[in-house]
Design a protein around this ligand. Sequence first.
Ligand SMILES: [Zn+2]
Length: 102
Amino acid sequence: MKEMLKLSLPRLTEEQLTTVQTFSISGSEWKKYLEWRKEHNETCSISPQRQHEHFEETGEFLTGAIGGGETFSFSPNGIGVSVSVRCDKCEVEQDITDYNLW
Ligand SMILES: [Zn+2]
């Protein structure tokens, strides 16, 4: 007999459905990000030369056509929101959560 997967979704009020959810980075987390970025720019395995070669080979930018180069992730859980940043070039990810805020 097949087991049915039961999903229970919370019933949201009209107000909850129309409330915009935002995530923020604390000053200490931003400082951790800046420190990580400074260090990572020097240690990233994808060098500017490699980026250029990739573009020549594929016609695509590793960091997207309008720049960028990093992706922030917010993972809410029961006690707080963990924040991480990922280098889009080499995909190394760093946790920058300030757990003192939890
Ligand atoms: Zn990198």
